[in-house]
Design a protein. Structure first.
Length: 318
């Protein structure tokens, strides 16, 4: 059976690795923080000593890391993945990252006889925890077919997006859309509070209307609870929106709304720090207008209540 190595056990990575272990996939894990590794090792994973050690012992090496710079370090350091990668192995980049950097590192993987795919995920940490998240896969079709049995364990809906790098581009598009929606939802809820509307009723009105969205039905709930905990921080939002803007600029476009959204999060980071939860961008409006956007009965964090099932490939309309 394919042995999978998983590097990067943060908010998303730990949940994805846990899905592999829960489904009896032989798994090796690695993180800079031994405390992040411990519960997964206790659940049946094998701990690795270094990225090179992991790559020597695994057929598929997954990275899920916070930035392109961190990925490059993990791949290219003296004890990095490339130092131990075996011919015939597959490197799967599940970070939200730069498509050009994925292509550069994929060339180095190919020089060592391996293949590569960029496979970012979308749908929130709560769905990563249950194997119900969506996965984009950018790679040649042969590599996709090889990875599909694994990807349908990790996620519910798997889309082959085309060539290497295409998945990373589409991922930053979707993250930008979610961020723009978060800013709009924050303004809408803050305006409801300032206008004296019942916020519980306002939530349900939006959810029942043409104005609803995935972001409203998830992030609005933790906003109204007050936890603002969606397992995603402002610095990561800024990174992802920046990658989207860079992609558009490389294509010769100047975008108005994207630049405004980016500036909103620049201000949020200046006020509350880069590691503040992203839904707390609404605090800018709470502070400005002396309001509290809170309502009883909403959860502190999102939990996926959909039963875990084996996933499948999304068929593209032609």
């Amino acid at each position: 059976m394919t042995k999978v190595g998983f590097i990067g056990l943060g908010n998303v990575g730990a949940k994805l690795a846990g899905t592999l272990i829960r489904n009896w996939v032989p798994t090796m894990v690695l993180d800079l923080d031994p405390k992040a590794m411990a519960p997964l090792v206790a659940s049946g994973a094998e701990g690795a000593d270094s990225p090179a050690d992991l790559a020597r012992k695994c057929d598929v090496v997954i990275t899920c890391l916070p930035s392109p710079a961190v990925v490059a370090e993990v791949m290219e350091s003296s004890d990095g993945v490339l130092a131990g990668l075996q011919a015939g192995s597959v490197w799967v980049e599940m970070s939200t990252t730069d498509a050009g950097e994925v292509a550069r590192l994929a060339e180095l993987v190919a020089e060592r006889g391996g293949s590569a795919a960029d496979c970012p995920v979308s749908g929130g940490c709560h769905r990563a925890a249950t194997g119900n998240i969506s996965i984009f896969a950018g790679c040649d079709r042969d590599t996709f077919e090889r990875l599909l049995p694994l990807l349908t364990i990790l996620g519910r809906r798997v889309l082959h997006t085309g060539a290497l790098g295409s998945a990373s581009k589409l991922k930053v598009v979707t993250n930008y859309l979610a961020t723009a929606n978060l800013v709009a939802v924050s303004e809408a809820l803050a305006a409801c509070a300032k206008a004296g509307l019942d916020l519980g009723v306002a939530y349900e009105a939006i959810a029942a209307s043409s104005g609803t969205s995935f972001v409203h039905e998830t992030e609005s709930q933790v906003i109204l609870n007050g936890s603002r905990d969606i397992n995603f921080t402002m610095d990561l939002v800024k990174k992802d929106v920046g990658l989207f803007i860079a992609m558009a600029e490389q294509a010769g476009m100047e975008l108005e709304l994207a630049s405004l959204v980016s500036s909103v999060f620049d201000d949020g980071i200046d006020r509350y720090g880069p590691r503040e939860w992203s839904p707390n961008i609404i605090r800018r409006l709470e502070d400005e207008y002396g309001i509290e956007v809170l309502a009883p009965g909403f959860p502190a964090e999102m939990v996926d209540d959909e039963a875990e099932e084996r996933g499948g490939e999304i068929v593209v309309r032609r």
